[in-house]
Design a protein around this ligand. Structure first.
Ligand SMILES: Cc1cc2nc3c(=O)[nH]c(=O)nc-3n(C[C@H](O)[C@H](O)[C@H](O)COP(=O)(O)O)c2cc1C
Length: 435
């Protein structure tokens, strides 16, 4: 399959370049993590490169055992942070992450639609069902994956109905006749469901530009949910085969739900360690992961696939036959469990090799450790193969990777005809159109 369309590119505001040892570099600006300058700088540069959107992931709890050695997911509230970017940018999409497991849907509908007004139609919602944090929201335990996805489906439907409950056309603002709005068009949703009871209507009108939905969970129920609602699937696909399989499956499911498969854009995460030479890039990668906490990684591996590597001989490879039968522990992502099992089924690795793989280090994303040329060739190759519609860039190691990507890789993608050289619209939904 040959790629016919221009790519859609998002930029992580996570900030992935502070992960591992990245924050310890003198130029990391880690002190400014809890302000807006940092995110604003990345958003402005991403806008200058005509990217589709910036993307802020989020977790609603402290991951305490990781805190001593890095910032982890400690962060400002993503929707509040993005509000600070609205008046300082004009085109770039602003994607916030909000969980469907913890918050009331009326609040979520209102906040996202407010942000959509403040940004003139540039908001996207990354829908997560979350893996942790129940103790902060009065829940006795994390609900099962099935229950979380059932709730996510109901929740998303309620939020979208709330947005529609006050249509933009209901605003009349007719000064001559003294008519501000047409209340007949502003109707309750009267929702009584399995998980939620919400009357509505929402107390602000729709902005007028649709809020695109992003979903990141690739288990069976995650895929089915995405195929029903998502404009973008943010996918952990470490290789082309994984992306091709996910894309085929999403297309089948989309058709089953009466949707055009082309309306679901598959955007893998792309972890980028970039430097002037391959050796320097490799060094950047190794330096970033120099202090990998083996005990913590081993515990995570054991939790995911049931293999305890604590006393595993360093020269003994881990084979598919070592894998115990699949058993999902609470808090484990089925997506990541299956990717890790798949890796071990395909390759026999030493424990030290396993620790450095993206499936263990960085949420199983596609990874380029190399030069600008390497990144451009790799992206062109995936685009040629037609296995994705773009990607979400997650530069790693240092700001060098961020600048290298935005200032050097993106212009080369434009030259190759793979990416836009100008914005054709000013809203997020417009950027997502085929071009
Ligand atoms: C690539 C990727 C990114 C994710 N990002 C977040 C996030 O920012 N916040 C969050 O709470 N959960 C996040 N999740 C977790 C998902 O929302 C979901 O709860 C989890 O993957 C379980 O669903 P699954 O069984 O379909 O994988 C992410 C998952 C994936 C695969």
């Amino acid at each position: 399959m040959t790629h016919q369309q221009g790519l859609h590119i998002g930029m992580s505001l996570a900030p992935t370049w502070l992960s591992g040892e990245g924050w310890r570099r003198p130029d990391s600006r880690v002190e400014s993590l809890f302000g807006s300058d940092f995110a604003l700088d990345i958003a402005r540069r991403s806008e200058a490169a005509h990217l589709d959107f910036v993307f802020r992931p989020d977790v609603s709890c402290v991951v305490a055992d990781a805190l001593q050695s890095g910032s982890g997911f400690t962060s400002l509230d993503p929707t509040v942070l993005l509000a600070a970017l609205t008046r300082e940018t004009t085109h770039i999409g602003l994607v916030s992450t909000v969980s469907t497991t913890f918050f009331p849907p009326y609040l979520v509908a209102r906040q996202l639609q407010s942000l959509n007004w403040l940004s003139n139609g540039r908001v996207g919602w990354n829908i997560v069902t979350a893996l942790q944090g129940h103790e902060n929201f009065g829940l006795p335990a994390m609900p099962s994956a099935e229950e979380r996805y059932a709730r996510a489906a109901e929740f998303t439907d309620v939020v979208q109905r709330l947005w529609r409950s006050f249509p933009n056309q209901a605003l009349r603002i007719d000064r001559d006749n003294g008519v501000y709005a047409d209340p007949a068009q502003v109707q309750p949703i009267d929702h009584q469901g399995d998980f939620l009871q919400v009357q509505g209507p929402l107390n602000l009108p729709e902005q007028g530009s649709r809020i695109p939905l992003i979903q990141a969970g690739a288990s069976d129920s995650g895929r089915d949910f995405a195929a029903r609602v998502a404009d973008i699937v943010f996918a952990p696909t470490p290789d082309q085969a994984a992306a091709a399989e996910l894309r085929r499956d999403l297309s089948r499911r989309a058709e089953r739900h009466g949707r055009n498969p082309a309306d679901i854009r598959l955007l893998p995460g792309l972890s980028l360690f970039l430097a002037p030479t391959r050796e320097q890039a490799r060094e950047l990668f190794m330096d970033t992961h120099a202090r990998v906490d083996k005990a913590r990684k081993y515990a995570a591996i054991e939790k995911m696939i049931g293999i305890d590597l604590t006393n595993w001989p360093s020269d003994r490879r881990i084979h598919a036959a070592d894998l115990p039968p699949l058993q999902l522990l609470p808090g484990a992502s089925r997506t990541h469990v299956s990717l890790l099992r798949r890796l071990i089924e395909r390759e026999s690795l030493l424990p030290s090799e396993l620790l450095m793989r993206p499936e263990v280090l960085s949420a199983a994303h596609w990874q380029v450790i190399g030069t600008v040329d390497d990144a451009v060739e790799e992206i062109a190759d995936w685009a040629e193969a037609g296995v994705m519609d773009g990607f979400i860039a997650a530069p790693g190691g240092s700001f060098g990777s961020v600048y290298c990507f935005l200032d050097e890789v993106v212009p080369r993608l434009v030259e190759r005809g793979l990416f836009r050289g100008q914005y054709q619209g000013a809203t997020f939904a417009e950027h997502l159109q085929r071009y």
